[in-house]
Design a protein around this ligand. Structure first.
Ligand code: NAD
Ligand code: TYD
Length: 341
């Protein structure tokens, strides 16, 4: 049976997946939405600027760990979808601190304020396959009851937040639902992640830095499919439920980059093998049978179609990423990596 709620607090709605999720909701549902976002380097108000005057949509700038703000917002809503996070593994290796503040402390503040306001829920927490750690070549895909064995500060902070959500469900009976998704790609993804970084570097004739031997495997999912999975879990997931979401699309990083080179008709010589990421997870893959069965959800978009749409979006929205490259992010990258993007 579909759950009844009217007004949602969506956190991190100015980031990559949050933006696509809010667009999906405003197109296909009638929920009122408050989008709370701190507008960190990864949050971009411009992503939703065409929807600013939408009668069902309100933006609030703020942080999820701000208790006073969150407790006042919880009084206005029934349900929560928590996308807000520090999301990039490489940054977490440089400094774990913001990851602990947002991903761990922030999630706990949301849970506490949700409980104290008596929200009826659900509270949907958006998590990642990275909490399970790394698979060997012949291992079966991750299942929801696998051990959590995170390897990076990012994935450790996400696993911590998953456990705090579970504890809130067990201890206080909060209607918490967790989704764990594999690697997303699509429009509005910040160009620090593999696919947008490679597309943009190709368009600028720059080298394509592949970590290690390029044979690490990720399970790629088009962002719309992830957003539909989150919506299905929000509307139909059971309290305390954990649902793996994935694209059934395991590819090596080299295969991904070669797809981009082909789509943009660029030479393979642009590839540059660089030092490996410390603690680099070798392989992720998701068993999504529970979500298929309980949520009637499956990914729809195959990799070829999704990549064509993604490359087209970055080609048609050069101003979007040019502004990012020339602004804050450029400075950040230079400070942290000692070189230009
Ligand atoms: P993103 O980095 O693009 O966006 C994160 C957003 O959260 C930004 O708008 C940022 O401003 C906001 N934010 C950060 N700290 C905040 C704070 N303290 N308070 C309020 N807002 C804050 O990330 P994304 O790729 O859209 O990921 C969204 C969620 O999905 C994250 O929880 C991430 O762990 C999870 N996830 C991502 C992927 C992926 O492939 N990108 C896969 C699985 C799960
Ligand atoms: P990324 O997009 O950072 O996602 P995650 O680390 O969360 O999976 O990286 C995807 C894969 O691509 C990962 O194996 C690391 C690799 N990678 C590169 O080889 N070069 C790069 O410049 C980046 C950003 C990632």
């Amino acid at each position: 049976m579909k759950k009844q709620f009217k007004k949602l607090l969506v956190t991190g709605g100015c980031g990559f997946i949050g933006t696509n999720f809010i667009r999906l909701l405003l197109k296909e549902r009638q929920y009122e939405i408050i989008n709370l976002d701190a507008l960190t380097y990864a949050g971009n108000l411009e992503n939703l600027s065409d929807l600013e005057d939408h009668p069902l949509y309100t933006f609030v700038k703020g942080r999820i760990e701000d208790e006073e703000l969150i407790s006042s917002l919880m009084k206005e809503v029934d349900a929560v979808v928590n996308f807000a996070a520090e999301s990039h593994v490489d940054r977490s290796i440089k400094s774990a601190h913001p990851f602990i503040i947002t991903n761990v402390l922030g999630t706990q503040v949301l849970l506490d304020c949700f409980r104290k306001a008596g929200c009826k829920g659900p509270f949907l927490h958006v998590s990642t396959d990275e909490v399970y750690g790394s698979l060997k070549e012949d291992d079966p895909p991750f299942r929801e009851d696998d051990h959590l064995l995170p390897n990076s500060p990012y994935s450790a902070s996400k696993a911590s937040s998953d456990l705090l959500c579970r504890a809130a469900w067990k201890t206080f009976g909060l209607p918490v639902v967790i989704t764990r998704c594999s690697n997303n790609y699509g429009p509005y993804q910040f160009p620090e992640k593999l696919i947008p970084l490679m597309i943009i570097n190709c368009l600028q004739g720059r080298r394509l830095p592949i970590y290690g031997d390029g044979l690490n495997i990720r399970d790629w999912i088009f962002v719309d499919d992830h957003c539909r999975g989150v919506l299905a879990a929000l509307e139909h997931g059971k309290a305390g439920g954990i649902y793996n979401l994935g694209g059934n699309c395991e590819l090596t990083n080299l295969q991904v980059v070669e797809t981009i080179l082909t789509l943009l008709n660029k030479p393979r010589e642009l590839i540059e093998f660089v030092d490996d990421r410390p603690g680099h997870d070798r392989r992720y893959a998701m068993d999504i049978s529970l979500a298929q069965k309980e949520l009637s959800w499956s990914p729809d978009v195959d990799f070829e179609t999704g990549m064509e749409r993604t490359v087209k979006w970055y080609l048609e929205n050069q101003n979007w990423w040019q502004r990012i490259l020339s602004g804050q992010y450029q400075t950040y990258y230079r400070d942290h990596y000692g070189k230009d993007l």
